[in-house]
Design a protein around this ligand. Structure first.
Ligand code: OAD
Length: 231
């Protein structure tokens, strides 16, 4: 049984990482066009660096929760038959033990050099303008996908979606494409689809099955069921 799991900010919420669109979420205190577009970075790089430096500092202190742990457990059993596609830029899936994780919106711990294109681990806040370890230029940006940019690994994700038997979306509002359309891609290819989310999302009606509740409760229960069915 091949499974693709799409995760969003809701899976990290109980680890203390704020979501985007819930009350108190990141987009309440910041305008997307001020911190999450290439134009914002050109206009005011300090504001953008401050936003991502703060998010990196917070995510380093966060710990994976039972939902991340359950997906790592699922990977232990399914191996290459499980792919986690995350929109999250934290590393909580990896720290819980998952290895087959695609970060389609990039990740907070990596810098991308605007001079030479190298990707290198971030060791100093980018607002300090550290030099690129590869070329020495001080032109690093966070390796996150901004609005107006192309998400990463879209071909590999599509390949996994059309080949999967089960597609699960966890903790995502279904507001941002292409991720919000993955349920349709998987369903069109014959997969059964399930949404695990705190509350109804913008795309709830598209799923075969929906379970509402906190990720730390509904995700371990779903993983237990999948493993029991598999025998
Ligand atoms: P959102 O903030 O849009 O949605 C979070 C979802 O998680 C909502 O549907 C909540 O109901 C749900 N949720 C909250 N707490 C939860 C919990 N404890 N357990 C389960 N679900 C919970 O976040 P995303 O859908 O991830 O993109 O946002 C998608 C993209 O929009 C992000 O990757 C980011 C953002 O703008 C970029 O920055 C490019």
């Amino acid at each position: 049984m091949r499974i693709v799991v799409l995760t969003g900010a809701g899976i990290s919420a109980e680890s203390g990482v704020p979501t985007f669109r819930d009350a108190g979420g990141l987009w309440e205190g910041h305008r997307v066009e001020d911190v999450a577009t290439p134009e914002a970075f050109e206009r005011d790089p300090d504001t953008v660096h401050r936003f991502y430096d703060a998010r990196r500092q917070a995510s380093v202190l966060a710990e994976p929760n039972a939902a991340h742990g359950a997906l790592a457990r699922l990977e232990q059993e399914l191996g290459d038959d499980l792919l986690v596609v995350t929109q999250n830029v934290d590393d909580l899936h990896e720290r819980a033990g998952s290895r087959r994780v695609v970060h389609m919106h990039g990740d907070l711990l990596t810098a991308l050099c605007n001079a030479c294109g190298a990707r290198t681990p971030i060791t100093v806040d980018l607002i300090e303008r550290p030099p690129c370890p590869e070329c020495g230029e001080r032109m690093l940006r966070p390796d996150v996908v901004w609005f107006g940019e192309m998400p990463y690994e879209l071909d590999a994700i599509d390949e996994a979606l059309v080949a999967c038997d089960v597609f699960a979306a966890i903790g995502t509002s279904g507001a941002v494409y292409p991720a919000a359309g993955y349920v349709m891609t998987a369903a069109a290819a014959g997969a059964s689809t399930i949404e695990l989310n705190l509350a109804a999302s913008e795309i709830t009606p598209l799923f075969d099955e929906v379970r509402h509740g906190p990720a730390t409760v509904v995700v371990p229960a779903w993983v237990d069921e999948v493993l029991a069915e598999r025998g």
